[in-house]
Design a protein around this ligand. Structure first.
Ligand code: NAD
Length: 388
């Protein structure tokens, strides 16, 4: 798996020429990790997701520090620097990347800029944690995958639900006990009341009129926006639990301002599935999944992430006739994601988060769903091309 065996690779930050990497990697493997080393993280973008998740996560993480922040908007950046106290504050991304003390970047900017920002960071020898979706076209993400491979660095995609202990308990059951998978249903239905919930739970968002925005307003095309913002989470959760998706067959309907995708899925294993992406349902946040397996079943209820509450996941064990549910007391998925990322780099831990292949599969899935909904025909993920 890409990025799974990079103990001590933070030492690679000085290595720019990829031809030297293999030789250097061997010597790095034998270099002891500096005791108490924390990953020095620089966050690109001081927008809502950085304010709600990444600044706090880097400051709270047991193995990382908020070393730098970067935003072109002076007013926003200065205010965030005053609040979150990074060691360095940059207006210019290239200058942040040139800082030899920086180990890794968190890319917290608009989807359309993810791939170019990630390639820049890798070229500068920095590890990358990039917000989801990793990109908006199959081709650009394939290009990024090649850059990750060449760099030998770690790239993790911000599919934060993989750090929800409830969802992790389902994954463990599937892998270790459940046996053969028959079917998975998963649903992700945003709520008409979501901003009432998030406004109460999140810090007050600070905005700047000097912020960089993509040319066109991403929310001008809600069909694309919802597939990117929410569909990418749904697809990643389905793949995380049930494996590779081979084909999708989507139906799509818009009524009274609500967008609904019902997607029949065939997994590579031959198991079947159903994905429901609806934005927004006239009720509370409604997200979860159901798994039917050979030696048990799982039903999971996932909460709005800003409530920091792990999913309620009930696992029925056919052999004992018992039901189990993990408490999952630590529901800070974003901090747990940061700590997992730092562990891969500092300790050579295997990656629990989504790697570039997972990110690419989500993008293929989004594009395939959009094309299937448009043509009324099933679309294979392996052959899908284009963008969303
Ligand atoms: N994982 C989750 O739960 C979750 C939730 C919400 C959003 N997101 C993701 O977060 C991303 C959007 O984040 P946002 O809404 O905070 O973004 P945004 O576009 O509102 O803000 C980005 C900030 O970065 C700055 N910026 C952009 N490019 C820059 C550059 N090259 N150099 C310096 N500064 C630059 C802008 O000035 C702006 O202030 C999306 O990818 C979205 O999918 C993830």
């Amino acid at each position: 798996m890409i990025g799974a065996t990079f103990s001590k690779t933070f030492l690679e930050e000085t290595i720019r020429d990829t031809s030297d990497r293999e030789a250097v990697k061997v010597s790095i493997e034998n270099t002891p990790v500096e005791a108490g080393k924390r990953l020095r993280v620089g966050v690109l973008g001081c927008g809502p997701i950085a304010q709600a998740a990444h600044f706090e996560s880097a400051n709270k993480a047991c193995n990382a520090e908020l070393y730098a922040i970067c935003d072109v908007a002076d007013d926003l950046r200065d205010r965030m620097a005053a609040t979150h106290a990074p060691s360095r504050s940059f207006k210019d991304y290239d200058e942040m990347l040139a800082d030899p003390l920086l180990d890794a970047v968190v890319i917290a900017i608009s989807d359309t800029f993810h791939v170019s920002a990630a390639i820049k960071a890798l070229s500068a020898g920095k590890h990358v944690l990039c917000e989801k979706p990793i990109g908006i076209s199959v081709e650009e993400v394939e290009e990024l995958a090649r850059a990750v491979e060449r760099s030998g660095l770690v790239l993790q995609v911000g599919h934060n639900k993989r750090f929800d202990e409830g969802i992790q308990s389902a994954k463990q059951f599937v892998e270790e006990e459940m046996g053969e998978l028959l079917a998975l249903k998963a649903w992700y239905c945003d709520s008409t009341h979501r901003y009432v919930v998030t406004d109460a739970a999140q810090p007050l968002m600070v905005r700047s009129k000097h912020a960089i925005t993509p040319g066109a307003n991403p929310k001008a095309d809600l069909e694309k926006y919802f597939l990117r913002a929410h569909g990418s989470h749904l697809l990643d959760t389905a793949r995380y639990l049930a494996g590779e998706i081979a084909e999708v067959d989507a139906k799509f309907l818009v009524r009274f301002g609500a967008y609904c995708w019902f997607v029949s899925v065939t997994f590579a294993s031959g198991a079947i599935g159903h994905l429901d992406l609806t934005v927004a349902v006239r009720m509370d946040w409604h997200e979860g999944f159901q798994i039917y397996g050979e030696r048990g079943s799982v039903i999971g209820k996932t909460y709005n992430p800003w409530l920091y509450k792990s999913s309620d996941v009930d696992i029925f064990h056919e052999t004992t006739g018992q039901m189990t549910r993990v408490l999952g007391a630590d529901g800070h998925f974003y901090r747990r994601q940061m700590e997992g990322f730092a562990d891969v780099i500092l300790q050579g831990a295997s990656m629990n988060g989504a790697n570039i292949e997972d990110g690419l599969a989500s993008v293929r899935g989004m594009v395939a769903i959009a094309q299937s909904a448009q043509t009324g025909k099933p679309v294979s993920l392996a052959s899908v091309t284009g963008d969303l």
